[in-house]
Design a protein around this ligand. Structure first.
Ligand code: FE2
Length: 402
């Protein structure tokens, strides 16, 4: 089969963003549930702004902005571009309307596709814009989940309930040799600048759990008093447990009869003990790993184990593990103990696009793999996701190492 052209790839990725918004009302799309999350409408506009600002403005012969005010409204964090609307106030943007944002998308799409007909040198830039849009497709879904979870109606993004999963395989371990190995992106395919350069790394022999920690195992940690035992916790995590009165993962609820439920994009469901636990902070992941006699993997260990593994895609909630080394991709992002730092020799791109990754390499931890809502075509063994240790609204899970 012929590989899709760049224009076809562009059309497919851009259409998918609009498809993700289809189950939602315009009211759903305008609301912001917390400063870390953005309204769907903002995601749809910001990803368009990215193409308008970084592709059309420098390369379109007769460039004129669709609306000059959008340059500020939909700039996320690029100081090199100029002023920004405050992140925590994105939910106050009742204007432009969803209809105007759809028109903005259509206008920019027409102009990008016209530009692609006459320019053959924009593949890298368009490719970055598409990968950027895919990152926002994942955020759109995690942000919608957080938004819908605020309502006592517990609305489902996708109304079909999840079927109960069969039992998870027993927790087994895969052993990996140590030695001097190579990590970082290799080959001609797309990667972000933070995956480069490929470089040698020394790893001691290690073992990795074949699957992610399940809800059932995490429930056992809770019932054993895990949230009340300071010996299990990193100091900062123990403080957070106290100040935020944490006693279970985000989106879990226990009713008066002691039955546990989990809010999902399919609505609230009885907690399925076989599926992987998700929406953990690094603090919770590390404490549970400690209780289970293990630890978080380093990002080098995770990447060496995943090199050459096939990439599975998920749906709207993590599925139960299969046999063998599984759930590397397509279930939950996996916390590592590695802080998000530049690889030796890392260089960011010149100009405002250099702000894409490098400036966030402080006070965040690397997550590896890909989640159930990572778009198809977006996952790689060398991919480095990153969040602060306390973040819980992404599909974050726990793979044990020892
Ligand atoms: Fe962005």
């Amino acid at each position: 089969m012929r590989a899709p052209s760049l224009a076809e790839q562009y059309g497919a990725v851009r259409r998918r963003s609009l498809q993700l918004a289809e189950p939602l009302s315009d009211e759903d799309c305008g609301a912001q549930s917390m400063p870390d999350a953005s309204p769907v409408k903002w995601h749809l506009a910001h990803t368009t702004w990215f193409f308008e600002t970084f592709v059309l403005e420098p390369h379109e012969a007769d460039f004129a902005p669709f609306n000059p005010a959008f340059r500020v409204l939909f700039n996320s964090y690029y100081n090199g571009i100029g002023e920004r609307h405050p992140r925590a106030q994105r939910g106050l943007l009742t204007r432009p309307s969803m209809a105007e944002v759809r028109a903005y998308r259509a206008n920019v799409d027409t102009r990008v596709l016209r530009l692609l007909e006459v320019r053959g040198d924009l593949d890298a830039l368009i490719g970055l814009g598409l990968q950027h849009e895919q990152q926002h497709q994942e955020l759109l879904l995690t942000d919608v989940k957080h938004l819908l979870a605020q309502s006592a109606l517990l609305p489902a993004y996708w109304p079909t309930p999840l079927a109960p999963a069969s039992a998870a395989p027993a927790l087994t371990w895969h052993a990996f040799d140590g030695g001097l190995r190579q990590m970082g992106h290799a080959g001609d395919g797309f990667c972000f600048d933070n995956e480069l350069p490929r470089h040698p790394v020394y790893v001691a022999p290690f073992e990795l759990a074949a699957r992610l920690v399940t809800n059932g195992e995490y429930l056992a940690f809770i019932e054993a008093g895990g949230y009340r035992d300071p010996a299990l916790w990193l100091a900062e995590g123990w403080d957070v447990v106290g100040t935020q009165r944490l006693a279970h993962p985000l989106y879990w609820r226990r009713d008066a009869d002691g039955q546990w439920y989990e809010f999902t994009l399919h609505g609230e469901q009885q907690l399925d003990l076989a599926r992987p636990v998700t929406h953990l902070s690094l603090y919770e992941a590390a404490a549970c790993a400690h209780w289970m006699g293990a630890r978080l993997p380093t990002e080098a260990e995770w990447e060496l184990a995943a090199q050459g593994a096939s990439i599975a895609h998920g749906a709207l909630h993590p599925a139960v593990a299969g046999p063998g080394l599984d759930q590397l991709f397509g279930a939950c992002w996996q916390w590592t103990s590695s802080s998000y730092s530049p690889y030796p020799g890392y260089a960011s791109a010149p100009g405002a696009l250099g702000e894409y990754n490098g400036k966030f390499m402080l006070n965040q931890y690397v997550l590896r793999g890909a989640s159930c809502v990572t778009p198809p075509g977006h996952a790689r063994a060398s991919y480095r996701n990153f969040f602060p240790a306390g973040a819980r609204w992404q599909f974050t899970g726990l793979r044990l190492a020892r």
